[in-house]
Design a binder for this molecule. Structure first.
Ligand code: GDP
Length: 445
């Protein structure tokens, strides 16, 4: 079927001799293949183009590590960027269902899997979160669809609102709301009618239902196999109704996951769940790493990326250590340290792990020196130029103002960062003079 991306890249890089760093041309050649792979995975052209441009910028000039090939390294960079792009904020599976009865509005086109997904989510909430859930079908045009939800409800042991012939969707929504409040349900789910394509009547109807229910979550259910169409559907629904998340169904099929990337890039809405089969427990919380691996189209991507990651980190540490011993510690190093700290769960948690630092970690948290500070510091470093990062000593007052403004912060906050950098740099020098022993220990420890 598809030639895997790593195979493609392997071929490209065989002809290249290994140099110290990924050159612009190497990266461009490799990224042509990446672009083809993305398009084959059903990512839309503008999204693929944009994505490749971002990777090009990140990859060019990166030093090539000894134990991975340049092709593998590009794949890793691509994988990391894919994962980052796919990831929304927070936990995708955590629905906002506090303050009962919490309404969840389910929207989407007919055949996308809306009714099935409604039941899947209801089952999950009932079983995993012990919620009392009420489901209601608003598909007044298709009595069979209303029956279908009732049958699914029986299968999973979740209540459905009794069907009253002749009611309008808005009337059903009102009745569901009243019933949910009266009978003490935690959540009520409204399964709206679908159409084969988006039309004005459907949108007006969903809008009216939305206004009655004021949903806490509005989830769009789309068929993940429909690629670009799914993205267009999401754009339309979001514009008109406002969605809080997307469920991609049929991800058990041979779709390559590209719709997920386009979806995130175009709508900015988080993907919350993926449907992986017809059975009612075939619903998974969205995991960006999995979809990234799928888009890249290779089973061994995870192992490969982990290996590359380890190697890159070890080599980076080694290089950094050598430079620190010579008393070179610039803003790029500081940035790396801060990012490392973020990865480990932020300043408070890192300090909390060190003996004797637990008390200080509390003070850090109380003084507001937490992750927000780390984010601010990164923002400041990002708005420096390359030269400034390499040699922060050159910063003049006017540049400082510009940098602070660029990061949306005060000059005093930049001065704080510079002071911290000087202190760390002095400390590194001192440790370096002790024949590197202490520094080596500190970095390995
Ligand atoms: P609706 O018209 O949007 O409500 O769609 P339905 O919920 O009736 O689903 C249409 C068909 O798709 C049914 O046969 C479902 O069993 C099937 N379906 C729904 N979700 C999935 C999924 O994640 N994977 C697979 N393979 N089939 C699904």
């Amino acid at each position: 079927m598809f030639e895997s991306l790593s195979e493609r890249l392997g071929g490209v890089f065989e002809r290249l001799t290994k140099q110290g760093a990924l050159s612009e041309d190497d990266v461009r050649t490799a990224l042509r293949e990446v672009r083809v792979a993305l398009l084959e995975a059903d990512v839309s052209l503008p999204v693929a183009r944009d994505f490749v441009a971002r990777v090009q910028e990140k990859a060019t000039g990166q030093s090539v590590t000894r134990s991975v090939t340049p092709g593998q390294q590009v794949v890793k960079i691509v994988n990391d960027e894919l994962t980052a792009t796919l990831r929304g904020e927070g936990d995708p599976g955590a629905l906002k269902i506090d303050s009962p009865p919490a309404p969840i509005l389910m929207v989407g086109l007919q055949g996308g899997g809306k009714t099935t997904t409604t039941a899947k989510i209801a089952k999950r909430l009932a079983e995993r979160e012990r919620k009392r859930v009420l489901m209601a079908s608003l598909d007044t045009n298709r009595p069979a669809a209303m029956e279908q939800l009732a049958i699914l409800g029986q299968q999973i042991g979740v209540d459905t609102l009794p069907i009253v012939p002749g009611e309008t969707p808005v009337q059903i929504a009102r009745r569901a709301k009243a019933q949910a409040a009266l009978a003490g349900y935690d959540v009520y789910m409204l399964d709206t009618a679908g159409r084969l394509s988006i039309d004005e009547e459907l949108m007006a109807q969903v809008e009216a239902v939305r206004d009655v229910a004021s949903p806490r979550e509005t989830l769009l259910v789309v068929d993940g196999l429909t690629g670009q169409d799914a993205v267009t559907t999401a754009e339309n629904f979001d514009e008109r109704i406002g969605i809080t998340g997307v469920v991609l169904t049929r991800m058990d099929g041979d779709g390559r996951g590209g719709a997920a990337l386009s979806m995130r890039a175009v709508t900015g809405k988080p993907i919350r769940f993926v449907g992986t089969g017809e059975k009612l427990d075939a619903l998974e919380t969205f995991e960006p790493e999995r979809i990234a691996g799928r888009i890249l189209g290779m089973g061994d991507i995870v192992a490969l990326v982990e290996k590359a990651q380890e190697t890159i980190e070890a080599e980076q540490a080694e290089r950094m250590m050598k430079r620190f011993q010579k008393g070179q510690f610039n803003m790029n190093d500081l940035r790396m340290q801060i990012e490392q700290m973020q990865k480990m769960g932020g300043m408070e948690s890192v300090m909390g792990m060190m003996p004797g630092m637990a008390k200080m970690s509390k003070q850090v948290a109380e003084a507001g020196l937490d992750d927000r500070l780390l984010k601010r510091q990164l923002a400041l470093i990002s708005s420096m130029t390359k030269q400034e990062r390499a040699n922060p000593g050159i910063l003049q007052a006017s540049r400082k103002k510009r940098i602070a403004r660029g990061a949306g912060l005060e000059v005093s906050q930049l001065n704080q960062l510079l002071k911290m950098h000087r202190q760390m740099s002095d400390m590194m020098k001192k440790m370096g003079r002790m024949k590197g022993g202490m520094l080596r220990q500190a970095m390995r420890g």
